[in-house]
Design a protein around this ligand. Sequence first.
Ligand SMILES: [Zn+2]
Length: 135
Amino acid sequence: MKEKFAKFMAGRYGTDRLNMFMVIVLLVCAVINLFVRNGYFSVVLSSWELFLILLIYIRMFSRNISKRYAENQKYLAIENRIRRFFGQKKYIQQQRKDFHIYSCPQCKQKIRIPRGKGKVSIRCPKCGAEFIKRS
Ligand SMILES: [Zn+2]
């Protein structure tokens, strides 16, 4: 049985991250569908599930490996962009927790001051203007 399957899969694409992502979306759809009482919405979800299952199988058993590979690369690029976006958000949040961001009253240069130091005199590194702020 295992050998038969291996033979069947020879020269076929198999699975990748895009397929794994689609499996997760499929599972999420299926779980949501368990709780949906609205008939129309349930049909829409079921169609999505069917569509995803078909897509996953078609990609897995595809012999056009280069095309499937290109699809996966495209997906990975999008995934990376999303990851970077959220990574940046997290970084900014961390910065907000530890620093105050002031802008210089003269040149609007943004200056980062550590929090919790009381009143501090800040000297703008760009134009040299001095101003006092609470950190
Ligand atoms: Zn300045």
